[in-house]
Design a protein around this ligand. Structure first.
Ligand code: PAF
Length: 282
């Protein structure tokens, strides 16, 4: 039976008791609207740990005023059913009064990594993410935090936060789950019209195309980015960014070398979608 907690203190005390009894805890933080991407994180946590904890909290501080917080999908009943089917032990389901009481005044910012890629278009987004994830880590105190590779910049920022702030939680990064056409699963895919659903696989196609150009010897990022962007424009998607950066520090580069992240954000009307791919260049 999945137990649901709304109180940070109560879930914390319960989980601390389990840890004292040598149980290990795997933790999957979510904002709900769960899909097979979340399911795969939960299954990894289930394989590795005695106890699986999921949080479901639509965190307002990672949305700007003009973003989609008010229309973000909130299918709580079907989310709970999915979590029960996946044999999650504990669901942490706090409300905003609890997470951000009046006069809440602390935030965490992982400076340079948060200013690039998605951070350029969403200036306070990663501050909101880092702050809520640190709060959740204090509450749950897991052995391992499970994150999806679709949100690679988020994972890189959270790894840095955990290292800088001497948290001992381990972070496990799990592969992006895609539909049969290659579209990365995301709670925001529900914003796509049926016509846009046919076009959206262009995100992954363009990433694979740029990767293949690199593998065939192209090293100039200006040319690579131009070709990737052109492919997306043709499909009708509006490129917010397509960048080729060092996978460790997210710095842009003129010539691809080492472990490289190709990352993009593309807009189809209401839907802003992100995806990425790694390539190692000797
Ligand atoms: O990736 C997400 O769903 C969110 O950014 C997270 C990590 C749950 C924090 O709100």
């Amino acid at each position: 039976m999945m137990r649901i907690f709304k109180s940070p203190r109560k879930i914390h005390q319960t989980l601390q008791t389990l840890q004292k009894n040598n149980k290990t805890i795997g933790f999957v933080p979510t904002m709900g609207a769960l899909h097979d991407g979340h399911r795969s994180l939960i299954r990894k946590a289930r394989q590795d740990h005695d106890i699986v904890v999921v949080s479901l909290y639509l965190n307002p501080s990672q949305f700007s005023a003009k973003e989609d917080l008010s229309v973000y999908p909130r299918p709580l009943t079907s989310d709970k059913t999915l979590l029960q089917m996946e044999k999650v032990d504990y669901l942490f389901l706090p409300d905003t009064k609890t997470m951000y009481p009046e006069n809440f005044s602390t935030s965490v910012e992982v400076s340079s990594l948060s200013q690039v890629l998605c951070g350029k278009c969403r200036p306070n987004h990663f501050k909101g993410v880092a702050t809520i994830v640190l709060k959740l880590l204090h509450i749950v105190d897991p052995d391992v935090l499970y994150l999806g590779a679709k949100d690679m910049q988020q994972a890189i920022i959270l790894r840095k936060m955990v290292a800088d702030l001497n948290s001992f939680v381990k972070i496990k990064l799990c592969s992006t789950i895609r539909d049969k056409n290659g579209l990365a699963l995301s709670s925001r895919n529900v914003y796509l019209s049926s016509d846009e659903k046919q076009k959206a696989p262009v995100l992954f196609q363009s990433l694979k195309y740029v990767k293949s150009l690199i593998q065939n010897g192209e090293r100039q990022t200006v040319r690579l980015k131009q070709k990737g962007r052109a492919m997306i424009h043709k499909s009708g998607g509006k490129v917010e960014y397509l960048e080729i950066v060092d996978a460790t520090n997210l710095r842009s580069m003129r010539q691809v070398r080492g472990r490289v992240l190709i990352a993009l954000a593309v807009r189809f009307h209401q839907a802003r979608l992100i995806d990425n791919i790694m390539v190692v260049v000797k």
